[in-house]
Design a protein around this ligand. Structure first.
Ligand SMILES: *Cc1c(COP(=O)(O)O)cnc(C)c1O
Length: 395
C-alpha cells in the first residue's frame, strides 16, 4: 500500500500516456528473431528488428557460442581490468581492428556503453564535442557525462558545422561526432565533407556506425570504408548487436585510443565483460561477413524493392538511403494506430513518436533484412496499402 502511494506520481504520468494513445506495452516474442516471429501468440512478418543480415540465427554463430560456452563457461566472472579478459575477448578485438583497417579496437558491453565510455572520458574541460543534432541518444548521454563543452550543429548542415569549428578554433581538442547512418531516418552522414572540414580545423572525427556496420562498405566495413575514407576517421564506433547479430559495442582506431580507454572509460572499468560465448559468436559473425558477401547484396535488393513499393503507393519515406525506411504519418497516435492495424494484418512494425523523433514526424519504422523473401515483402506492402488507406495516410 505504502509503495503504491509513493509511486502514484508515476501512475499519473502513465495515465496521461494512455490518454494520449502513447502507452506501449512490450511486445513479447515467443520465437527466435527471424523474418517471421510469433508475437502475443500470433505469427507475423517481422519488419522491426535490426537483424539486417539474418545473423541472429546463423548456424556458425550459434555453434561458436555453444563451443565457447562449453570451453570457457557461461560468464566471464570479472571486469576486463581485473580478471575478465580472456583470449577470446582479445581475439575479437584483433579481428575487429583488422576488419575495420585500424590499428586497434576495444569492445564494450553494448553500443550504448561504448558511446558513454568514449565521450565521457576522451575529452575534458576546455575541449569541445561538436555533435549533429540528430545523433543517437547514447551520444547525447555520453556528451552529458563529459566535462567538455557541447556544440550542436544542424543535421547534416556543413556550413553550420564549419561555423561551430570556427567558433571553437582555439580549443585544445575538438571532437566532431556523427551517426554514420541516422537510426530514425536512415539517411547517411556526409562524411567526406565532415572529414575535409575536420582536417582543415585539426579536429578529431568520431563516427557511430551502429546502423552502417554490416550494411555499408566492402563486406559491411561501414560508412568510412563506403566513402573511401579509411585512415582519415579517428574513431569508428560500432555495435555488435545489430547486423552482427549478437551483443556489444566497440571502438576501432589508433592504439593510444584503446590504451587510454582501458584506463579511463568507466563502463569498461566498472562493468563485467561479455560472456565468452558472446565474443566467440561475434568472431564467427566477422567470418560470415567475409565469406558470404551475397547477404549484403540481397539486403540492398530487398531494400530497393520495399522502398519502391511504398513510394509507388504514395507513402512518405523521408530522406532514407539505407534499409531503415520510415513511413512518416504525422501524429504519434496515428503511428500507434497504424502499427496496431498492421499487426492485425500480420505485419509487425513499430510506431515511433515523440520524443524519439520530432513532434509531427511520428512514423512506422521498418527495416527489411537480407533474409526476407520477395513474397514476404509483397505481403508486407499489401498490408501497408490496406492500413494506409483505412487511416487516410494514402489515397
Ligand atoms: C542502437 C544504437 C546504439 C546502441 O547500440 P547497442 O549495441 O544496441 O547498445 C548506438 N548508436 C546508434 C546510432 C544506434 O542506432
Amino acid at each position: 500500500m505504502i509503495t503504491e502511494k509513493r509511486t502514484q506520481f508515476l501512475a499519473d504520468e502513465l495515465e496521461q500516456l494512455r490518454r494520449q494513445g502513447l502507452f506501449r506495452p512490450l511486445r513479447i516474442l515467443e520465437s527466435a528473431q527471424d523474418t517471421e516471429v510469433i508475437v502475443d501468440g500470433k505469427r507475423v512478418l517481422n519488419l522491426s528488428s535490426n537483424n539486417y543480415l539474418g545473423l541472429t540465427t546463423h548456424p556458425r554463430l550459434k555453434a561458436a557460442m555453444i563451443e565457447a560456452t562449453e570451453k570457457w563457461g557461461a560468464g566471464s566472472g570479472a571486469v576486463r581490468t581485473i580478471a575478465g579478459t580472456m583470449t577470446v575477448h582479445e581475439d575479437l578485438e584483433r579481428r575487429l581492428a583488422e576488419f575495420k583497417h585500424t590499428e586497434a579496437s576495444l569492445v564494450l558491453q553494448s553500443g550504448f556503453t561504448a558511446n558513454l565510455g568514449v565521450l565521457q572520458s576522451l575529452v575534458k574541460e576546455g575541449d569541445v564535442i561538436i555533435s549533429d543534432e540528430l545523433n543517437h541518444a547514447s551520444i547525447i548521454d555520453g556528451i552529458r557525462l563529459s566535462k567538455a563543452e557541447r556544440s550542436i550543429f544542424k543535421h547534416r548542415d556543413m556550413d553550420d558545422l564549419e561555423r561551430h569549428l570556427e567558433m571553437h578554433r582555439e580549443k585544445r581538442v575538438k571532437l566532431v561526432v556523427t551517426d554514420g547512418v541516422f537510426s530514425m531516418d536512415g539517411d547517411i552522414a556526409p562524411l567526406p565533407a565532415i572529414v575535409e572540414r575536420a582536417e582543415r580545423f585539426g579536429a578529431l572525427v568520431m563516427v557511430d556506425d551502429a546502423h552502417a556496420s554490416g550494411v555499408l562498405g566492402k563486406n559491411g566495413r561501414g560508412s568510412v570504408n563506403h566513402f573511401g575514407l579509411d585512415g582519415r576517421v579517428d574513431l569508428q564506433m560500432g555495435t555488435l548487436s545489430k547486423a552482427i547479430g549478437v551483443l556489444g559495442g566497440y571502438v576501432a582506431g589508433p592504439q593510444p585510443v584503446r590504451d587510454f580507454l582501458i584506463h579511463r572509460a568507466r563502463p569498461f572499468l566498472f562493468s563485467t565483460s561479455h560472456p565468452p560465448g558472446v565474443a566467440a559468436a561475434c568472431i564467427a559473425a566477422i567470418d560470415v561477413l567475409l565469406a558470404e558477401p551475397e547477404r549484403i547484396d540481397r539486403l540492398w535488393k530487398n531494400t530497393a524493392r520495399f522502398k519502391e513499393g511504398l513510394k509507388r503507393m504514395g507513402f512518405e519515406t523521408g530522406a532514407s538511403e539505407t534499409p531503415i525506411t520510415p513511413v512518416i504519418v504525422g501524429k504519434g497516435a496515428v503511428a500507434m494506430d497504424f502499427s496496431d492495424r498492421l499487426f492485425k494484418l500480420g505485419v509487425f512494425a513499430q510506431g515511433i513518436g515523440f520524443p524519439t523523433v520530432a513532434e509531427g514526424r511520428a512514423r512506422i519504422r521498418t527495416i527489411v533484412t537480407s533474409v526476407h523473401t520477395d513474397a514476404q515483402l509483397d505481403r508486407a506492402l499489401e498490408a501497408f496499402a490496406k492500413a494506409g488507406k483505412e487511416l487516410g495516410v494514402i489515397a
